[in-house]
Write a protein that binds this ligand. Structure first.
Ligand code: PMV
Length: 360
């Protein structure tokens, strides 16, 4: 599948070497993407809050090779250490995007990356990592083709990031991003994420996300395997319909600021994602006992206080606790006193909604 709008003409000759730097955030889905078709096309639409503190910073140095190579020439470093085990994923990413960036074979690339969160935290670094790399590559394209518009730059960066890791396409901009063509979201596309184009109620400004690190181990199921389990899944068709309906519902919620409806939708989405895994073949339980302890404590606290605290989950055991800024004092106290005990080594990360990637 070739998407002509992202095949750009560039003058390959004028650039010999250089360095570009980007910092790109992670994101947390409210309506979850789970299941994809060929070429990283999602089976359902998703919407996410862009985060602020959980970030990957990538420095990409490039040097023209004596002659273009038929193999990609690159090396990857994480926190200054060479990471041979990152190479297959980057090789696959370069293969998927080479038609769109014809200069990939002309340079040797040194990719130096670091995360603001510990690598072994169970926090997926693929969204922030792939979006940071896609932006660095776009900055090189921009040097080769300075006339390109900012709108095109960001759209193509999201398009490329998606080919590295689906959810990475939602990490370019902020504060809310939709991915997947949806009749109610103007401009939405399966090919890239778009900044949520409608009015958002004050309640959602600076929304807080405290991430409780329940299990910092390697992922039990890789994303690729997990997405594939949605093919031939007995409940897939209904799930995809539900996600589409939930995007319409969340549009109303974001406009009205109805936090009770927000909580119901977000928690149901998280549990649905996990129930898809529990009902696939093979089946998985990615939550840990402490994940459930935390969920139950959140429910008790919410019932007792009426405060608008809720949880969401990724494809793992860690818990994202979402709450409005106006209630953050009492909720953060509760988290520290009651919930941190369930985290591995007491580790958690304070994050909030952010505004996307930054060039450094
Ligand atoms: O981007 P991927 O292929 O790793 O998929 C991530 C999917 C979830 O994090 C579970 C949900 C989402 O929409 O981010």
């Amino acid at each position: 599948m070739i998407v002509p709008q992202f095949l750009t003409k560039i003058d390959k000759k004028q650039l010999n070497n250089g360095v570009v730097n980007w910092s790109s955030p992670s994101n947390i889905a409210l309506v979850k993407y789970w299941g994809k078709k060929e070429h990283q096309i999602p089976n359902n639409q998703s919407i996410s809050f862009t985060l602020e503190s959980c970030r990957t910073t990538t420095k990409l140095s490039f040097d023209r090779l004596d002659k273009p190579s038929n193999k990609f020439s690159f090396e990857v470093f994480l926190d200054g250490e060479k990471k041979l085990d990152f190479e297959p994923k980057i090789e696959q990413f370069f293969k998927r995007i080479e038609n769109y960036l014809p200069f990939l074979n002309d340079f040797h690339f040194k990719i130096e990356t670091s995360n603001s969160f510990p690598h072994s935290s169970g926090i997926a670094s693929s969204a922030s990592g792939m979006s940071a790399l896609a932006l660095c590559l776009m900055s090189i394209e921009k040097q080769l083709n300075p006339e390109q518009s900012n709108a095109f730059f960001y759209q193509k960066a999201s398009f490329l990031a998606r080919l590295g890791s689906g959810s990475a396409c939602r990490s370019i901009e902020g504060d809310i991003v939709v991915w997947g063509e949806h009749p109610d979201i103007e401009g939405s596309s399966d090919l890239f994420g778009v900044k949520y184009p409608y009015k958002v109620h004050e309640n959602f400004k600076n929304y807080q996300d405290t991430i409780l690190l329940v299990d910092k181990g390697e992922k039990q199921v890789s994303s690729t395997l997990g997405h594939n389990l949605m093919n031939n899944h007995p409940y897939a068709k209904e799930r995809f319909k539900q996600a589409e309906a939930n995007i319409s519902k969340i549009k109303t919620i974001l406009e009205t600021g109805n936090l009770d409806d927000f909580i119901a939708l977000v928690e149901s989405e998280a549990l649905t994602l996990h129930s898809m895994m529990m009902t696939s073949m093979p089946y998985f339980i990615l939550m840990k006992p402490n994940t459930l302890e935390i969920i139950n404590k959140i429910w008790e606290f919410r019932k007792k206080t009426g405060l608008h605290i809720c949880f969401t989950l990724d494809a793992g055991a860690n818990v994202h606790i979402l709450y409005p800024e106006s209630e953050s004092k009492a909720i953060y106290e509760f988290i520290k006193i009651e919930l941190v005990a369930y985290c591995q080594n007491g580790h958690y990360i304070c994050d909030r909604v952010g505004f996307g990637a930054k060039q450094l």
